[in-house]
Ligand binder design. Structure first.
Ligand SMILES: *Cc1c(COP(=O)(O)O)cnc(C)c1O
Length: 375
């Protein structure tokens, strides 16, 4: 195999380009030593809430915990159903399971792989308490339709915004402000990534904020006085410090991702056997967490191997939908249950995408993909 000419992602580049700022932020935390719920956490929470156009944000240990704690804070648990989509990262479903509720999966739309509102509507039962749409690959789900369903049926609408930092609808509203609450992940590879795990909830709901602050800290605001049984899931001070620095660059990084997506689109236009990502009519800014194409005719895995041999690193998001994962055999769902999610799982391929990717790298990936598809 050739050396990797275009890696899938290169996280150290962000650090290389902004090292003095990052070093200063880290040194400040080392100097005061308040590693848990230190002052940088509240500062970042304010900044993150502002970025998401909501009054509140609560830092937590991960994106998975953000989803889990939102459900707990809403009192959703045993006997309740929560609707989400079959083609997502497993954490979306697992957060529902952690809360003791039952994940009810639905299919996605064939054109953009986003949760299908008609399928959501059909899946509502008297036990349904919430809907968790996923802004998959950085593109907002159809939140206008989903809000109407949630309102009509009295359900909580909770965004899984783990891939959608800075994405927006055509009317200008941003992901993180589109439901009752939203869960963000700051896993290092996300559009806004920490130097380890981290997450946050954004919301307008003050009583939810109070519950979340309790739940992330063993049910306590006053030390050793515990109002509820909680968890240990805070955003580390050191991660908050890093995130505040990186947040200054997020908009520019997202712009760079959108520019790279444009390069891919022109370089791959009309390529036979290939479906390019589709921007939905309601999308304002796609955050291009991932640039995901679908191979229509050839075997995806062998194409990925041929690309690797040409030095192009790709990843599959995701090869197995939730309902066909061994971990969720308890749902009793078989192949064929969600045809769009299954078709996507067979054909999708994520091409290299990171803010620093060059036009030459994109051209090389596109030429390689064209050659592989023609072979
Ligand atoms: C990354 C991700 C999560 C989980 O976030 P963590 O911070 O890794 O726990 C949840 N949902 C989606 C769609 C994700 O991409």
């Amino acid at each position: 195999m050739r050396a990797c000419r275009v890696p899938f992602q290169v996280l150290p580049l962000q650090i290389r380009d902004h090292k003095p700022e990052i070093d200063a932020a880290l040194q400040a935390v080392l100097a005061h030593g308040e590693f848990i719920l230190g002052p940088e956490v509240a500062v970042f929470e304010r900044q993150w809430a502002e970025f998401c156009h909501v009054p509140h944000s609560v830092g937590v240990g991960s994106g998975t915990d953000a989803l889990h704690l939102i459900l707990r804070a809403l009192g959703i648990g045993a006997g309740d159903e929560v609707i989400t989509v079959a083609n997502t990262f497993i954490a979306t479903a697992e957060a529902i399971s952690y809360a003791g509720a039952r994940p009810v999966l639905v299919d996605c739309r064939s054109e953009d792989y986003l949760i299908d509102p008609a399928a959501v509507s059909a899946a509502v039962t008297p036990r349904t308490r919430a809907i968790i749409p996923v802004h998959l690959y950085g593109q907002p789900a159809d939140m206008n339709s989903l809000s109407a369903i949630a309102q009509n049926k009295g359900l909580a609408l909770i965004e899984d915004a783990a891939q959608a930092h800075g994405a927006s609808l055509a009317d200008g509203r941003v992901c993180g402000s589109l439901g009752l609450a939203a869960a963000f992940s700051f896993y290092p590879a996300k559009n806004l990534g920490a130097f380890g795990d981290g997450g946050a909830v954004t919301t307008r709901d003050e009583s939810l904020v109070r519950q979340l602050r309790l739940l992330r800290n063993w049910g306590s605001v006053v030390k050793y006085h515990h109002e509820v049984q909680g968890f240990n899931s805070r955003l580390d001070t050191i991660q908050a410090a890093v995130l505040s620095v990186k947040l200054r660059h997020l908009a520019a990084w997202n712009d760079a991702r959108r520019t790279a997506a444009g390069w891919y689109r022109s370089a791959l236009a009309g390529c036979p056997g290939l479906a390019l990502p589709v921007e939905a009519s309601w999308t304002g800014r796609h955050a291009y967490h991932l640039f995901v194409v679908r191979l229509l005719e050839c075997d995806r895995d062998s194409a990925a191997r041929k690309l690797a041999a040409r030095g192009v690193q790709t990843v599959v998001h995701y090869p197995v939908p939730i309902h066909l994962q061994k971990a969720y055999s308890e749902l009793g769902l078989r192949p064929g249950a969600f045809p769009c999610a299954e078709t996507a799982a067979r054909g999708v391929l994520s091409l290299p995408m990171f803010p620093e990717i060059t036009q030459a790298q994109v051209a090389y990936v596109a030429d390689s993909l064209r050659a592989v598809l023609a072979s």
